[in-house]
Every structure is written in structure tokens, then in C-alpha cells.
Design a protein around this ligand. Structure first.
Ligand code: MG
Length: 391
């Protein structure tokens, strides 16, 4: 079946702030093909990602993503990989291409799964979807007291694990950060699995990050996430050698498989975190998960947006028993929270499992799409090459 159309829905909250909350806007993708449809979500600047799909060609190696997608025949997962390879060559100089393709790729898996009546994880070769332990993913408060309250809220909501990230970490003194870590531990309680995310704040500064290790050990943090930029592999390697107890986590910044492999093979990380909406979709994420399994590294999804993105992010490691912990957006903005009519809610034992339903297993709320849809238009030479579609 040929790909008939790819529609991009740019959604945004009425007010978007500079807090590190990726659920403030969204780029939803709908693909239709021969009477079937599928949904995906890109995790990057929506308008820039749309532009990468519709932009006029600059030259042979800088074509729009659409050039490799529209009209293509997609009947198997291998067909999806073929399109990915074509984009890799076609659009090698178009840096936003992997972000744009990620949402389209996800939608194609959803479409194939719906057409075959199979969940994506089964199409990937898994026999069953294993239960995952969701961690409540939250931001540090500006004050430790706020962080403590958020930890308490996560615990009261039944989460055994929680992650605190971004906010003031790394912007003040070592003692300031320690106070935040202690507050997080106090809120979450002594038995909770505590995870800390520095949000790349130290760039490549190994000493600045190392200065925080004693406090992180004291609060028994399981991992320190993204102390450095996504490509600072040497800094990761140096810090991981000095931190045998608190393992490093990273990988959400990977825009392709190669970046993730470098962090895993040369960065000394203990946890690799992959966002299917950035890395090129579900196919590459699955390969990274297999590499993690073979390398003794724990694979974790990165998801800070909707449950559609959450389902997509869990598919690549749905069947891997030892890779149990998973990121769970705890307090996303309403547009992300309400994007799907069905959600992945923890069961009585506190676990979540990838839906046992065709495709990604979730339905989109047309009401939410219409409420947050941004009216946008891209015009080139008097011709409209993009305008917000109808749901
Ligand atoms: Mg992070």
C-alpha cells in the first residue's frame, strides 16, 4: 500500500515558557495509506520539523523528507527501514530530518500494526510485553521545599521511583545542589528509587559534575543523567570512571543510532535513554535496545510528552525482561495529557505494560487536537506548501 498523505498537527499550550518541560507543545503526525492510518509524534520544534518535510530541495543531498516518503509502498517493517535509509542519503545535509522522520516512522509502525491487527512489539519479534516499573518524571522546584513536595506527590500517587531534573541544578553552589538532592530523597522516602537528571548543565566540565557525586551517593541516587552534552563522550567516560556507585545515564540527545552507540561503547554509561521521537523512530531504537542488552547496559525510554509517545518509546524494549524501569510523564501539560483518549495507567502492582492492541494501541482525541492546534502556514514564492490540516 502506497503512502497517500502525511499530515502534521502543530499543537501548543496558549503560553510556552522556558522551563525544561517538553510537553508544552507537540507535533502530531498522521499517515494514511490505502484506507489505513497511523499516528506518531515528533519530539522537537514543531514548525522547524514541518519545514523539513515540505521545504523545497536545496540540492541532491538536501532534499525534503517528503521526497523519500510520499507515494512509497509500505507493507512490511523492512519497507520502513528502506525509507529511513533513503532519507539518510537524500537529506544528509538537512539536520532536522531525523526529528521529522521519527514521528512519521512511528506513524508507519502504528499503521502497519493496525492493518495487521498486531501490536508493534510483536512485529518487532517480542513474544510478550513485560511489565515496566514507571518512574514519575518531574522537574526540580526552584526551592528545595518545592522539590520535597513533588517527591511526596509522586510517592502518594503510588510511584516506587521518581526522577528530578533540570531547574536550578548546576546553577548555584555544590551545597545548593546537595540541598535539592536531600529534599528529593526526603519527599520520595527512604525506599524509593531516586534518579537525578542534570540536563546537560555542566557542558563538558568533569570537575563540576564530580563535585556533586558525594551528595548523590549520600542520597543513594541510582543514576546521574546527562551531566554533559550529548556528544561529550570523553567527559562521560572520565566521569563514569570516577563514579562506580552512581552510574551515568544518557542518550536522549541522540539524533541517530551512531550517537547512542558511541555513548554506550565509549562513554561508560550504565543506562541508555532513547527518545523514539528524536532518534529516527522505533526501528533504530529497537536496534539500540538490542545493543544495550548485549553490552550489559540498561535500556530506558525517554518520554516527556504524551502517552502516544510513551507507547512508541516502550515498544523497542517491551519484551526485554531485565530492562524494567521506564520513564513516565508525571505532570505533563494538558495538551499532552489529553492527546489520547486511552492512556497507559499503572496497574494494581504499580507497573505499566505496552498495550496489547493493534499498532501503538492508543487513540487520538480530536477534541484535544482542535483545542490546541496552532494555525500555521508556510508560503514559498506565493505558493502555500503547508497549512494546518483538519483533524
Ligand atoms: Mg533527561
Amino acid at each position: 500500500v502506497r503512502i497517500d498523505s502525511v499530515d502534521f498537527f502543530y499543537l501548543a499550550m496558549p503560553v510556552v515558557t522556558d522551563e525544561g518541560d517538553g510537553s508544552q507543545d507537540a507535533l502530531l503526525v498522521r499517515v494514511t495509506s490505502g484506507g489505513h492510518f497511523g499516528w506518531g509524534e515528533c519530539e522537537a520544534s514543531p514548525l522547524v520539523s514541518i519545514a523539513a518535510f515540505v521545504t523545497p530541495m536545496s540540492h541532491g543531498a538536501c532534499r525534503p523528507v517528503s521526497a523519500a516518503v510520499l507515494g512509497k509502498d509500505v507493507s512490511t517493517p523492512e519497507d520502513i527501514a528502506l525509507i529511513a535509509a533513503e532519507i539518510g542519503w537524500n537529506s544528509m545535509d538537512l539536520l532536522q530530518a531525523p526529528h521529522t522522520w521519527s514521528g512519521v516512522e512511528m506513524a508507519l509502525w502504528d499503521l502497519l500494526g493496525r492493518a495487521r491487527g498486531e501490536p508493534v512489539w510483536r512485529m518487532l519479534g517480542y513474544q510478550r510485553a513485560e511489565p515496566k516499573t514507571p518512574y514519575a518524571s518531574a522537574l526540580f522546584g526552584d526551592e528545595p521545599q518545592v522539590t520535597l513536595q513533588r517527591g511526596l506527590a509522586a510517592r502518594q500517587a503510588g510511584f516506587r521511583a521518581a526522577k528530578f531534573g533540570w531547574g536550578p541544578i548546576g546553577r548555584g553552589t555544590v551545597a545548593d545542589d546537595a540541598n535539592q538532592f536531600f529534599a528529593a530523597r526526603e519527599g520520595l522516602g527512604p525506599d524509593g528509587i531516586l534518579l537525578i537528571d542534570a540536563g546537560q548543565i555542566w557542558g563538558q566540565d568533569i570537575e563540576a559534575a564530580a563535585a556533586r557525586l558525594p551528595a548523590l551517593e549520600q542520597v543513594a541516587a541510582v543514576w546521574l543523567e546527562e551531566p554533559f552534552g550529548g556528544e561529550a563522550v570523553g567527559a562521560y567516560r572520565a566521569l563514569s570512571a570516577r563514579s562506580p556507585v552512581v552510574r551515568l545515564a544518557g542518550g536522549e540527545a541522540s539524533h541517530n543510532e551512531a550517537m547512542a552507540y558511541r555513548l554506550m561503547d565509549d562513554g561508560g554509561i550504565g543506562f541508555v535513554q532513547i527518545d523514539c521521537g528524536r532518534v529516527g523512530g522505533i526501528g533504530p531504537a529497537y536496534k539500540i535496545a538490542q545493543h544495550a542488552e548485549a553490552s550489559g547496559i540498561t535500556y530506558v525510554n525517554h518520554t516527556f510528552t504524551s502517552h502516544l509517545a510513551l507507547s512508541a518509546s516502550i515498544q523497542p524494549f517491551a519484551g526485554l525482561v531485565k530492562h524494567e524501569i521506564c520513564e513516565y510523564p508525571f505532570a505533563p501539560k494538558p495538551l499532552a495529557r489529553d492527546l489520547t483518549t486511552t492512556r497507559m495507567v499503572p496497574d494494581a502492582s504499580g507497573h505499566i505494560t505496552a498495550p496489547d492492541a493493534p499498532g501503538l494501541g492508543l487513540e487520538i482525541s480530536g477534541e484535544t487536537v482542535e483545542r490546541y492546534l496552532v494555525d500555521a502556514e508556510i508560503k514559498v514564492g506565493g505558493k502555500t506548501i503547508y497549512s494546518s490540516p483538519k483533524f
